[in-house]
Ligand binder design. Structure first.
Ligand SMILES: Cc1ncc(COP(=O)(O)O)c(C=O)c1O
Length: 393
């Protein structure tokens, strides 16, 4: 065949960094603090809900989503944010947050539109924007020694133009663990208003926040131009379920639905049913689930951060999410890829090079950084700490 096989829109895509480092973890039998998925047991009420759901209706659910899940998401919103969402007009169930992002970007972005993306980014954002023909405009977040990541107002302002159709935000943020402050969110809303742009707020780590998580859609003036994405995966430690939802004003949800109907059409019925059951159960008065989830992650974060402080790595303390970013300059590697390629053989631990989450022009900002996941069993975190401590000798 002489014709080029891949389309132009995928021409620049390489293998994801997770495939590369999962392979290295297997090869070296290393502790894998690479990809962000829990390696501990799924809560038993979650598995019970899945089993109970298996025996019921198995056919296509309605396009917006299974009514009981739409209802559960709507009630969750009312309880936590005091906003009443119409289950059908204001919510779309998607195949995880991943498909919600893809459908939203397909639905909102025309070729040539500019999309503001914060760096480091969740790596689906620029890929989704590129596939829609949009132009990503990158704004770096700057790590400070106190673990906070600074958003420079002038840099953000300079990124907006009359062509800015969309801003993609992620709070709590992967991989920095940053919780955007009220002032930062209000600035984003102000700039979006001024340029008549829309906002896509990815809040999949909303329940893993050690400070106050502020939902962007609740900021003054935000609701009419904001779509919020969340999913079941992180909150209930079932990243393989891929059940998510997008919420927002009816015209924006209708636009997403028009794209979603030609992507998966609908989302697995038994998983939607189980998702509704666990959301309802976790919301029962007196159920400590969300509090205990946060406490468990706080303990894991502290375990890893404390261990890293006794190694050549200097951890930046995250305020939420699954990851710790650390400064690796003391080890003297040329860049983060060289370090992460060497670490499995040298220390028996796999980490991810954060330059994978930066645009080509800003990759050097990550040269001295490394990302460790702490959504892992305590024993794995302790053993990784012991192994990394040996690097100091
Ligand atoms: C910031 C962010 N958004 C979206 C996703 C994908 O979520 P889901 O598994 O629900 O598709 C992830 C998963 O790692 C993530 O970190």
């Amino acid at each position: 065949m002489t014709r080029r096989v891949g389309s132009r829109r995928i021409a620049d895509f390489g293998e994801t960094v997770f495939a590369t480092y999962t392979r290295l973890a297997t090869e070296h039998k290393a502790i894998n603090l690479g990809q962000g998925f829990p390696d501990f047991e799924t809560p038993s009420f979650v598995l019970d809900a899945l089993r109970a759901s298996a025996g019921e209706h198995q056919q296509y659910p309605p396009l917006p989503g299974l009514p009981e899940l739409l209802e559960a998401v709507s009630e969750d919103h009312a309880r936590r944010f005091g906003r009443t969402l119409d289950p059908v007009a204001n919510i779309q169930i998607t195949v995880g947050a991943t498909e919600g992002l893809f459908a939203a970007i397909q639905a909102l972005v025309d070729p040539g539109d500019e999309v503001v993306i914060f760096e480091p980014f969740y790596d689906a954002y620029p890929a989704d924007v590129t596939m829609a023909g949009g132009i990503p405009k990158f704004v770096p977040l700057h790590p400070q020694s106190d673990g906070l990541w600074h958003l420079d107002e002038a840099e953000l302002r300079a990124c907006f133009s009359p062509k800015t159709k969309l801003v993609i935000l992620n709070t709590p943020h992967n991989p920095s663990g940053k919780l955007f402050s009220a002032e930062e969110l209000d600035l984003i809303v102000e700039l979006a208003e001024r340029h008549d742009s829309l906002i896509l707020s990815d809040e999949v780590y909303e329940h893993i926040a050690f400070g106050q998580h502020l939902p962007l859609a609740s900021r003054p003036g935000a609701w009419a131009r904001t779509l919020t994405i969340s999913s079941i995966g992180k909150t209930f430690s079932v990243t393989g379920w891929k059940v998510g939802w997008v919420s927002g004003p009816a015209p924006l949800i209708q636009a997403i639905r028009m794209a979603h109907q030609w992507i998966p059409f609908t989302v697995a019925t038994p998983l939607q049913r189980a998702s509704a059951a666990i959301l309802n159960e976790a919301a029962q008065p007196g159920n400590p689930y969300y509090r205990e989830l946060k406490q468990a992650y706080l303990r894991k974060r502290d375990l890893l951060v404390t261990a890293l402080r006794e190694t050549p790595f200097s951890p930046l303390v995250p305020a939420g999410g699954y990851f710790v970013i650390a400064d690796s300059r003391e080890l003297g590697y040329r860049d983060d890829i060289e370090l992460c390629n060497d670490l499995p053989a040298r220390a028996g631990v796999v980490a991810i090079p954060p330059s994978a989450f930066y645009s080509r022009e800003h990759k050097t900002l990550a040269r001295h950084l490394v990302r460790f996941a702490y959504c892992k069993r305590d024993e794995a975190l302790i053993e990784a700490g012991n192994r990394l401590r040996a690097l100091a000798g």
